[in-house]
Design a protein around this ligand. Structure first.
Ligand SMILES: Cc1cc2nc3c(=O)[nH]c(=O)nc-3n(C[C@H](O)[C@H](O)[C@H](O)COP(=O)(O)O)c2cc1C
Length: 336
């Protein structure tokens, strides 16, 4: 059984919810579960450094689920073993990604059109590992193919420990509104925990949607990138406490800490060069890391600044910055 003592979790978001971001979100309080960015089952099975890096997590993130995508039951079972070996608390199967690169290979949301394969994958994984196997899906492939409740029932029989439903079809992408009625139908169709997901933007949304639909919990994606304090605020609302406003200093600190944590994460530098005088390979690795940090901050700020007073100013300034020093200046100026 997947156990988490708080019903609010951070949804997986490729390019955004890396280990540094997940740690920072946990530190703001109220978040009971985090999920890694999706990682390729093939990459895990072959032990590709890049894939293993995406699957990395730290103790303070627990409980943490590693999300895997793939379409082959045997390879997915092997990937689940890798996830178990690296010590994750759960392995989550991506059945929601509509991106052609993933969905073309019988993986991601394509699995919702092939319930037999989807069940075979979950069954093979559940037999291969003792950690919980969970699934994140959409409501269906398209408007005429809404089948989340049926599929959830089938996956429950196959051994799934919990299911998350993003209330949109694959055809919708991110358009329209998440269909929480359908999420509620899935929650009533199975006895395993169902987590709802989609369009939770205000902290009160988390509490209200849980009450309205009877889901066991919710995952928050973009709303948590815009407001990493959303979980603590929702917890306050659920407990009948007033919601504290987030001081500008906390927002500034969040962004600066994220930069520091990304910089501190020096896995891509050759270990032998870490403490030696600056060498050529070290300089090259330093430049690559700097580029990564700049790109990460741009991706984060695209969502983080939404609805924020002075947000567009910060977004433009971060987009203009092309070095870590310029990023820090941009953030300092925006919060001055
Ligand atoms: C940039 C981005 C990347 C995403 N990557 C993943 C992913 O790797 N795995 C996954 O299951 N869902 C992924 N999603 C979907 C989210 O987990 C979530 O289902 C969706 O954004 C709806 O929830 P929200 O309205 O709270 O953002 C991604 C969404 C975004 C915006």
């Amino acid at each position: 059984m997947l156990s988490f003592h708080r019903p609010f979790g951070l949804a997986p978001m490729a390019g955004l919810t890396d280990t540094a971001f997940r740690r920072l979100v946990k530190r703001q309080g109220g978040c009971g579960l985090v999920v890694t960015e999706m990682v390729s089952s093939e990459g895990l099975v072959r032990g590709l450094d890049r894939t293993l890096e995406y699957a990395e997590f730290t103790e303070e993130e627990r409980p943490v689920a590693v999300q895997v995508f793939g379409g082959d039951p045997e390879r997915m079972a092997l990937a689940a073993r890798v996830v178990e070996r690296i010590g994750a608390d759960a392995v989550d199967v991506n059945m929601g990604c509509p991106v052609p690169k993933v969905a073309k290979g019988l993986a991601g949301c394509s699995l919702m059109r092939d319930p037999g394969r989807a069940a075979a994958i979950v069954e093979a994984m559940a037999q291969a590992v003792s950690i919980p196997v969970t699934v994140k899906m959409r409501t269906g492939w398209d408007e005429r193919g809404v089948n989340a409740a049926d599929l959830a029932r089938r996956l429950e029989r196959a051994g799934a420990a919990a299911v998350t439903v993003h209330g949109r079809t694959a055809a919708q992408g991110y358009r329209g509104r998440a269909d929480w009625d359908e999420i509620g139908r899935v929650a009533r169709a199975v006895s395993i925990p169902v987590l709802g997901n989609g369009d939770l933007v205000e902290p009160g949304d988390l509490v209200r949607r849980m009450e309205e639909t009877g889901v066991a919990g919710v995952l928050v994606g973009r709303g948590a990138v815009a407001n990493p304090w959303i979980f603590a605020q929702a917890e306050a609302i659920a407990a009948g406490r007033p919601v504290a406003a987030v001081p500008a200093e906390a927002r500034r600190r969040f962004l600066l800490d994220y930069i520091d944590m990304l910089l501190d994460d020096r896995r891509d530098e050759p270990p032998g060069f870490r403490h030696s005088p600056v060498s050529k390979p070290q300089r090259a690795a330093g430049r690559a890391r700097e580029r990564l940090v700049v790109n990460k901050l741009r991706a984060l700020c695209a969502w983080h600044t939404r609805g924020l007073h002075g947000g567009s100013h910060l977004r433009v300034a971060v987009n203009r910055a092309d070095s870590v020093a310029a990023l820090r200046d941009a953030i300092a100026a925006s919060f001055a």
